[in-house]
Design a protein around this ligand. Structure first.
Ligand SMILES: [Zn+2]
Ligand SMILES: [Zn+2]
Length: 450
């Protein structure tokens, strides 16, 4: 029979203590060189924290004098989708990084134990102190490992508590904190109440933020995983992505302009825009964010020559514009009427088309029904020559009627920059009818002047 080993000194885990951090604290308490020694006593490997279901916690429980259920509850259980639970979130395995750990020196100064939140790689800042977490020794430049001898000392003997502090106040820090402190009297929330991302759920927020972050690292020619970055670079990237959604959609447009400018090709074959296009329209994580696609389409309509898009083989943009729903984006309207954005602006100014602004998103949307009607009018439109023939008048007389507003101009070089004049057939026919009546009355009076 194996002799039962127990640590000479032990302590209860704190409510928000990380499991490996707890073992580090006990190891330090008992003057061991590394917490791995406790693991070896318990017959466990360090990845046991991701295998809570199949791990027997009995031995570790005896060694640490801590209830096995408590130990198990500190691990990261896997759900049936293969995701791991941390707090109330279900996340992929690489979101949790317990081996290269991060610390908040100010938290450690207050109480010397490792917080569970520091295992979570999207938790890049401390919400209690508003500072960036530290993952590297400022002195020797080595990553902080979980299996060190002392919580606050690097193996190079630098005291982490002396680390330089970097305060943070950016929107990522604020929005992120909302998920951990849902009932926190929100100084955080008040400051960002107009931020678009503030109304997203945790899952939505991170699936959007992570996907755009991945896109940016790829656009910049880097690796796709933001989880291989060090903490401060990762934070900078997440901060940048959050800023893209700030002041919506202006910053987003600037970001797209940057993508456009930084590539020599100015069509949708432009590598960066094409990459984003594929993400927004084919990436299952991003498909649910209509507002991103609407803004993307508005940008394309406003700043690109849409004739470029007709050359693309797989124009999913056009399909998506007309799939379902009551509205389409500016680009959808351009596609449907086969005109540029200038023409749409003219249709709006001249009262032929209404639009609505989606609240909060500041995105202009058009009513599909009106577009169908307007397209009918455009299809039936007639040119100057035909109008003169119908009305039996000269060019000069026709221009006068147009200037006086008796005939509706659908398109013209003067109105929307189109090459040809297109007149509304109904307004011409209507005028022709009125002119016939007038001439009939005139004839009537000439026969019988009294
Ligand atoms: Zn802190
Ligand atoms: Zn060091």
């Amino acid at each position: 029979m194996e002799a039962e080993v127990k640590l000479v000194l032990t302590d209860m885990p704190k409510p928000d203590e990380a499991l490996l951090g707890y073992l580090l604290r006990l190891s330090q308490l008992n003057l061991y060189k590394s917490p791995k020694f406790i693991l070896s006593l318990a017959g466990l490997k360090e990845y046991f924290i991701f295998e809570a279901e199949s791990t027997n916690f009995t031995k570790l429980s005896i060694i640490t004098s801590t209830n096995p259920d408590i130990l198990k509850s500190m691990a990261y259980p896997r759900d049936d989708k293969g995701r791991y639970k941390i707090y109330n979130f279900s996340v992929p395995r690489n979101y949790i990084q317990p081996y290269n750990t991060r610390i908040c020196p100010l938290c450690l100064k207050e109480s010397m134990y490792i917080r569970k939140a520091w295992d979570y790689s999207l938790y890049t800042t401390c919400f209690y102190h508003g500072v960036l977490l530290i993952d590297t020794c400022p002195d020797c430049g080595k990553k902080i490992r979980w299996d060190r001898q002392n919580i606050s000392y690097c193996p190079c003997s630098y005291n982490y508590l002396q680390s330089p502090i970097t305060p943070v106040e950016d929107p990522y820090h604020k929005i992120n904190s909302r998920f951990y402190f849902p009932k926190y009297p929100s100084e955080h929330e008040r400051n960002i109440e107009n931020h678009l991302l503030n109304c997203l759920s945790y899952d939505e927020f991170f699936s959007l933020i992570i996907t755009i972050s991945k896109s940016i690292t790829i656009l910049l020619g880097g690796k796709s995983s933001i989880f291989t970055l060090d903490n401060s670079t990762r934070h900078e990237l997440l901060e940048l992505v959050t800023l893209i959604f700030h002041n919506w959609p202006i910053n987003f447009f600037e970001f797209l302009s940057w993508c456009k400018m930084s590539d020599s090709k100015k069509t949708l074959n432009n590598k960066r825009i094409a990459y984003l296009y594929r993400r927004f329209y084919f990436d299952s994580e991003l498909l649910r964010f209509d507002f991103v696609r609407y803004a993307f389409e508005e940008y394309l309509a406003l700043y690109w020559d849409i004739s470029d898009f007709f050359e693309i083989k797989d124009i999913k943009i056009r399909d998506s514009c007309f799939s379902d729903g009551k509205y389409v984006s500016l680009l959808g309207a351009c596609f449907y009427l086969n005109v540029r954005a200038e023409s749409i602006v003219y249709f709006v100014v001249s009262g032929m088309l209404d639009f609505t602004v989606q609240e909060q998103l500041e995105i202009i949307l058009f009513y599909k029904e009106q577009l169908y009607e307007l397209r009918q009018r455009l299809n039936q439109a007639i040119g100057m020559k035909e109008a003169k023939e119908i009305l039996k008048i000269s060019n000069k007389q026709l221009m006068k009627l147009i200037d006086e507003g008796h005939i509706t101009v659908l398109r013209s070089p003067e109105h929307d920059g189109s090459k040809k004049w297109l007149l509304c057939k109904d307004s011409v026919m209507d005028l022709s009818y009125k002119m016939k009546i007038i001439s009939f009355i005139q004839q009537l009076f000439s026969f019988n002047p009294r």
